[in-house]
Structures are given as structure tokens and as C-alpha cells.
Ligand binder design. Structure first.
Ligand code: ADP
Ligand code: MG
Length: 260
């Protein structure tokens, strides 16, 4: 579905990503992990077509991603940015409705009859338990609620591929799990492809089918969590050596314990 071949990214003199080969196909959750500044957000920008690589190619369905028109691309890929909701002055419902823009004509009416617009908006608001906040201004919401609204907006976009840049970083542990459970349930139901940048290695290990570990702009390791979340591998990337154990209840889910 998405194939990146030998991509690199340079900002002025700075090489931020180098020699990245990555194929993402079918219904899976791919986690991108790595230290601050290792190039995770930049990689996501290249994979989503938001930025073009300095060298190499990104193909979506065997076609260069740069050849897609904006609305066509938005029907394929939805992106939840790291700081997704600067939209002050809008209600929760208005924000969620904005997810429908790829399906609207310049008159603002739906072009497809696949779903009447309001049905999917209402359905998504209910699914994310936002009914009671529908008419509330997003400015008034807590961090966890804002993040649910941002997710509702991209769900309403009905993409085939969802890209999330650190969707859980400012959330407490309860909201982190809630967020990932919603993403996973939706991914399974619609057989979507999800690419997610996660800071927390334990959450990444619990929810991702594959992990891509970046170190200074290159892929250090790629594979199922059990092969990537390894004490030696983590120590070689993060300047600290954790203890790695198997999750006591979940099979093939390594978990790290910080050590001094
Ligand atoms: P991560 O998401 O892993 O923290 P980023 O992809 O945001 O890392 O950034 C990787 C490196 O690229 C950082 O050193 C950052 O300062 C640099 N960088 C990112 N975007 C730009 C830009 N637009 N111009 C210059 N440097 C950038
Ligand atoms: Mg980032």
C-alpha cells in the first residue's frame, strides 16, 4: 500500500533521515519509536505525502504519492498531528464535521451518498463518548477530551490509512489505554492500516503488530515487538538499559522496566 524506497530528508545542511526502506501493507498497526529528534515526525510527514523526500520515492498504491490531489489523498490517508487542535472557537461537532471535507464539493455538500454526512458525524461522536460535549467549545475541554475530538475528526474522514503522531503523549495512563483501544477496535472493524508514533515503549509493544525503531534518522531495527523491544537493542538507541520482561498476561508482548 505504502512503499518508501531509499528515502532521505535534508533540511538545509542537516540530514534528518537517511536510507529508509519501509513497506506498509494491509491491515496492521505499525509503531514508530525512537528517541527525541530521531526523525519520527519527519518520517510520518514523508509517508503521508505532507513533505517530499530529498531523495528516494514514496508510493501509494503503486503511484507516487506526490501525484495525488489533496482531496484524493485525504480519502486515503488521515493524519493526526502532534498538536492537533488549535481550532479555537469551534464546537466539538463542528470540528468533527471538518473531517468530511474531502467528500464535499465547493458548495460544502457531500459528493458521495455512501454515508449521509450527518450520520457518520453522529455515529463517531457517539463512538467516542462525546455526545454530552457536542455543543461545547473545544477550548473548554481537557487534554484527554481534546484528543478524543481530534480522533473523531480523522475517523469521520473515513481514511484507509490512519497516521497518528504521539496521540497519547500528554494523556494519563487511563486515557492512553482508552485512546489505543478505540484506535485498535476501529482498525480491526474497518481493516485499516495504522501508523502511529509512540513515546511509551510498553504501549507500543501492547498495541503494535510491528515496530520501526529509529536512531538518528536511520532504521535501527524493524519487526514484531518481541524482536525490537530487547534490552541490548534499546540500550544501543536510548542511552539507558532497561530490564525487559514478558507481559504476565499478554503473549508476545515484551514490557520494559526502567533500571538505574
Ligand atoms: P522526532 O519526531 O523523532 O522527535 P523530528 O522528525 O521532529 O524528530 O525531527 C528530527 C530532526 O529534524 C530534529 O533534529 C529537528 O530539529 C529536525 N527538523 C525537523 N523538522 C525540521 C525543519 N522543518 N527544518 C529544520 N530542521 C527540522
Ligand atoms: Mg516528533
Amino acid at each position: 500500500m505504502i512503499v518508501a524506497t531509499n528515502i532521505s530528508k535534508q533540511y538545509e545542511q542537516r540530514q534528518v533521515l537517511a536510507s529508509i526502506d519501509l513497506s506498509i501493507a494491509g491491515s496492521e498497526i505499525v509503531g514508530i519509536i525512537g528517541p527525541n529528534g530521531s526523525g519520527k515526525s519527519t518520517l510520518m510527514k514523508l509517508l503521508s505525502g505532507a513533505e517530499t523526500p530529498t531523495t528516494g520515492t514514496v508510493q501509494l498504491h503503486d503511484k507516487s504519492i506526490s501525484t495525488y490531489k489533496q482531496k484524493e489523498l485525504a480519502k486515503e490517508i488521515a493524519v493526526l498531528q502532534q498538536d492537533p487542535l488549535p481550532s479555537v472557537g469551534f464546537t466539538v461537532r463542528e470540528i468533527v464535521e471538518m473531517g468530511r471535507y474531502p467528500y464535499q464539493s465547493w458548495l460544502g455538500t457531500e459528493q458521495t451518498s455512501k454515508h449521509p454526512e450527518q450520520d457518520i458525524v453522529t455515529e463517531t461522536i457517539n463512538r467516542l463518548h462525546l455526545q454530552h460535549l457536542e455543543q461545547e467549545l473545544v477550548d473548554h475541554l481537557s487534554g484527554g477530551e481534546k484528543q478524543r475530538v481530534a480522533l473523531a475528526k480523522v475517523i469521520t474522514q473515513e481514511p484507509k490509512i490512519l497516521m497518528l503522531d504521539e496521540p497519547t503523549t500528554f494523556l494519563d495512563i487511563g486515557y492512553q489505554l482508552q485512546m489505543m483501544e478505540i484506535v485498535k477496535a476501529w482498525q480491526r472493524e474497518k481493516q485499516l492500516t495504522v501508523v502511529v508514533i509512540l513515546h511509551d515503549l510498553n504501549i507500543a509493544s501492547m498495541y503494535c503488530d510491528r515496530l520501526v525503531l529509529l536512531k538518528q534518522g536511520t532504521i535501527k531495527k524493524i519487526g514484531p515487538p518481541a524482536s525490537v523491544i530487547d534490552a541490548d537493542v534499546i540500550a544501543s538507541v536510548y542511552e539507558t538499559r532497561p530490564i525487559v520482561i514478558n507481559h504476565p498476561k499478554l503473549a508476545h508482548v515484551p514490557q520494559i522496566i526502567l533500571d538505574k
